[in-house]
Design a protein around this ligand. Structure first.
Ligand code: GAR
Length: 226
C-alpha cells in the first residue's frame, strides 16, 4: 500500500502482553489514509491478552507465542523474529510487552524497535513506572517513546509527554492520566520513524522538519500533520 506521495507504507509488528490500549491507538492511526504505516501482525506472549482480541477485531493477524513454552530467551526471541519476518515487518513496536528482548532480536531489526514506557525516562525504568513516581513523591510524571537497546528502558529517547502528579494521586489515577498521553505520543513517534525523519547522533534523536514541541496539552507533528 502507499501513502500520499507514493511512499510505501511501513509494516508494523506490535508486541503486547496485556490490554493493548496502545495497540488500539496504533490501529486507529493506521486507519487514517495519510498514516505512513500499516499493521502487519500483533504478537502476544500472553495467550489470553485482550490485545489479541483487538487485533482480530481490526482484521490484523494475531499470534500467541507463550514464552513459557520455550526453553530460554534465545529460543523465544528466535521464534519472535521468525514470526515478524514471516509478516515482512519493517518496524517493531513494543506496546505493554512485559519481556526483555535480547541482542539477536535487536540485531534483526537495527534501529527499528521502539518501546513506550510510562515514565519520564531515565527516571523510573522497569516495572510500575506510575507506582514508582507516586512513591517517590515526583511532581511531574509522563511517558517516553524510545528506541530499544540492550539495557532496561535505556535506549535513545524519541519523544516524551509530561503530566502533573496531583497530591491525591494513586498509582491507578496517575497511570490513567499518563495513558491518555501515551495514546497520542506513540502514533506520533511511529509516524516520524516511518516517514524517515529520525536521525540518531551520539544518543540524541533528531527529528527532521522542525523541533517538535511536546507537552501534555499540545502534541504536534513537525509537519503539523496531526
Ligand atoms: C502502558 O502504560 C505501557 O506504557 C506500559 O504498560 C502499559 C500497557 O498498557 N509499559 C511498560 O510498563 C513497559 N515497561 P496497554 O496494554 O493498555 O497498552
Amino acid at each position: 500500500m502507499s501513502v500520499n506521495g507514493g511512499e510505501a507504507k511501513k509494516r508494523l509488528g506490535v508486541l503486547v502482553s496485556g490490554s493493548g490500549s496502545n495497540l488500539q491507538a496504533l490501529i486507529d492511526a493506521c486507519a487514517q489514509p495519510d498514516y505512513p504505516a500499516e499493521l502487519a501482525v500483533v504478537i502476544s506472549n500472553v495467550p489470553t491478552a485482550f490485545a489479541l482480541e483487538r487485533a482480530r477485531r481490526a482484521n490484523v493477524s494475531a499470534v500467541a507465542l507463550d514464552h513459557k513454552s520455550f526453553a530460554d530467551r534465545e529460543a523465544f526471541d528466535a521464534e519472535l523474529v521468525a514470526a515478524l519476518r514471516a509478516h515482512r515487518v519493517d518496524v517493531v513496536c513494543l506496546a505493554g510487552f512485559m519481556r526483555l528482548v535480547g541482542k539477536s532480536f535487536l540485531d534483526a531489526f537495527p534501529q527499528r524497535v521502539l518501546n513506550i514506557h510510562p515514565s519520564l525516562l531515565p527516571a523510573f525504568p522497569g516495572l510500575h513506572g506510575p507506582r514508582q513516581a507516586v512513591k517517590h513523591g515526583a511532581k511531574v510524571a509522563g511517558c517516553t517513546v524510545h528506541f530499544v537497546d540492550a539495557g532496561l528502558d535505556s535506549g535513545p529517547i524519541i519523544a516524551q509527554a509530561a503530566v502533573p502528579v496531583l497530591p491525591e494521586d494513586t498509582e491507578e489515577t496517575l497511570a490513567a492520566r499518563i495513558l491518555i498521553q501515551e495514546h497520542q505520543l506513540y502514533p506520533l513517534a511511529v509516524r516520524w520513524l516511518c516517514e524517515g525523519r529520525i536521525e540518531i547522533r551520539d544518543r540524541t534523536v533528531h527529528v527532521r522538519g522542525g523541533a517538535p514541541a511536546i507537552d501534555a496539552h499540545a502534541l504536534r507533528s513537525p509537519g503539523g500533520a496531526r
